[in-house]
Design a protein around this ligand. Structure first.
Ligand SMILES: Cc1ncc(COP(=O)(O)O)c(C=O)c1O
Length: 373
C-alpha cells in the first residue's frame, strides 16, 4: 500500500521558491577555477556595512545566550526612525518572513490576495500555500509596470491582502505617490496593503509614495523593509515591518521564538547608522547601472527603467540558453521565465571588472546564431 501523503492539500501541487545559485555550486557544476561574477541576486557588490561588521563581530561573543525574543532595542530603534510606537514594529528574519507570516496569520482557504503579474515570486507562493485565491493583475506600459487601476478593480469583498513591491522585482519599475493614494482611497479599510520597499536606499524617497502617512491616518498598511540590499546584510536575514499594532500582534503570534537572531539584530542596528555605506552603495549602483546601460545600447533588447540595484534585460527570445552560456563562463545572472518573462535575464551590477566581463560575454552571445533568437 502506498504511503498516504501527509501534505496539506494546497501543498500537493505547490512549487517552492527557486533561489539564485550559490557561487560554489556553479563552480562545481562547470568545473570553473577563476573568479565567478555573481550578478544574480540583487546583493550588494560592496559587501557588508563596516559598522554592521564590527557590531556582528562583537555580538558573536554573546551567542551562547538566546537573543531578546521581543527584539526590544531593535524594534525601538526602528520605531524611533519612523516616528512610530514599538507596537507598530515587527522584527523579521529577513523581510520575506513578514510575507510568509501574513499568509499564516491572516489567510483562510477561499480568501483572496491581489498583486501584480510579473512581480516578486513570494507574493504568489504565500496565498498558494494557504489555499487562498490569487489574482495576478497583468502589467502595463509594455508589460513591465504595475497596473494600479487594474489592481483596484481586482479587489472584492473576499480580498484580505494586497502585495505591492515598490520598486518592483524583477522589472525595477515603480508606481507613484498619486497612484498609491488612488489605491488607498479605493480599497476597503479592512484590506491589508503590504508595501514592500526592499530597494530603499537606491532612490530618492521624496519621489515615491508615503505608506506611513496612510498608516498614521489609521489605514491597514504594512511597510516592509530589509537590510539585505543597501546595507549588505543578505546573509544574516534581517528586516522589519511597520504597520498597525493589531497586524503586528498577529504576525508576532505565529512567528518562531527568537525569530531574528542575536547577531542579525546587532548588525542591523549598527547598519541603520551607517549612512556612509548606504551612500557609497547607491553611488556605486548609479554608476554601474549607467555603465551597463551604455554597454547594452544598440542591442536588440528591452530594458525597463529601474530604481533598484538590478535591470531586466528582455531579449524577447528564450533566455534560458543565454543564462546557461553565461554561467559556463563564470557569470551568474537570473533567468526570469518563472516570473513571466521567458525572454529576460535580471542582472544586478557587480564590481566594474564583473560588469565588463558580463557585457563582453553578453554581446558575444547575442551575436552568435545559436537558434535561440
Ligand atoms: C521585492 C522584494 N522583497 C523582499 C525581498 C527579500 O528580502 P529579504 O532578504 O529581507 O528577505 C526581495 C529580495 O530579492 C525583493 O526583491
Amino acid at each position: 500500500m502506498a504511503f498516504k501523503s501527509l501534505l496539506r492539500e494546497p501543498l500537493k501541487t505547490f512549487k517552492p521558491y527557486v533561489a539564485g545559485k550559490p557561487i560554489e555550486e556553479v563552480r562545481r557544476e562547470h568545473g570553473l577555477t577563476g573568479r565567478i561574477a555573481k550578478l544574480a541576486s540583487n546583493e550588494n557588490p560592496l559587501g557588508v556595512s563596516p559598522l554592521a561588521r564590527e557590531a556582528m563581530h562583537r555580538a558573536v561573543d554573546q551567542v551562547g545566550l538566546y537573543a531578546d525574543d521581543h527584539a526590544y532595542y531593535y524594534r525601538r530603534k526602528i520605531a524611533q526612525r519612523h516616528g512610530m510606537d514599538i507596537e507598530n514594529v515587527f522584527a523579521a528574519a529577513g523581510s520575506v518572513e513578514i510575507l510568509e507570516l501574513a499568509g499564516i496569520a491572516f489567510l483562510n482557504e477561499g480568501d483572496e490576495v491581489v498583486t501584480s503579474a510579473g512581480t516578486f515570486a513570494i507574493y504568489y507562493l504565500v496565498p498558494r500555500k494557504a489555499g487562498a485565491t490569487l489574482h495576478m493583475v497583468p502589467m502595463i506600459d509594455g508589460g513591465y509596470r504595475y497596473d494600479i487601476d487594474g489592481i483596484i478593480r481586482a479587489v472584492n469583498d473576499k480580498t484580505k491582502i494586497i502585495f505591492l513591491a515598490n520598486p518592483t522585482n524583477p522589472t525595477g519599475t515603480w508606481f507613484t505617490g498619486a497612484e498609491f493614494d488612488r489605491l488607498m482611497a479605493a480599497v476597503p479599510e479592512d484590506v491589508l496593503v503590504v508595501y514592500d520597499a526592499a530597494y530603499t536606499g537606491f532612490y530618492d524617497e521624496q519621489d515615491m509614495p508615503d505608506p506611513l502617512r496612510h498608516l498614521r491616518e489609521g489605514r491597514r498598511v504594512m511597510l516592509s523593509r530589509t537590510f539585505s540590499k543597501a546595507q549588505g546584510l543578505a546573509g544574516i536575514r534581517a528586516g522589519y515591518g511597520v504597520g498597525p499594532a493589531d497586524i503586528v500582534a498577529g504576525l508576532m503570534s505565529c512567528r518562531f521564538p527568537f525569530n531574528i537572531n542575536l547577531v542579525a539584530q546587532e548588525g542591523a542596528m549598527a547598519a541603520m547608522d551607517d549612512d556612509d555605506f548606504v551612500r557609497r552603495s547607491r553611488e556605486h549602483n548609479d554608476r554601474e547601472l549607467a555603465f551597463l546601460l551604455a554597454g547594452l545600447a544598440g542591442l536588440p533588447v528591452t530594458i525597463p527603467p529601474s530604481r533598484t540595484n538590478f535591470i531586466l534585460i528582455d531579449t524577447k527570445k528564450d533566455a534560458t540558453w543565454l543564462f546557461t552560456e553565461l554561467q559556463k563562463t563564470g557569470i551568474i545572472v537570473r533567468p526570469m521565465g518563472g516570473n513571466g518573462f521567458p525572454g529576460a535575464i535580471r542582472v544586478s551590477p557587480g564590481l566594474r571588472e564583473d560588469n565588463e566581463r558580463f557585457l563582453a560575454e553578453f554581446r558575444r552571445l547575442m551575436e552568435l546564431d545559436a537558434g535561440w533568437r
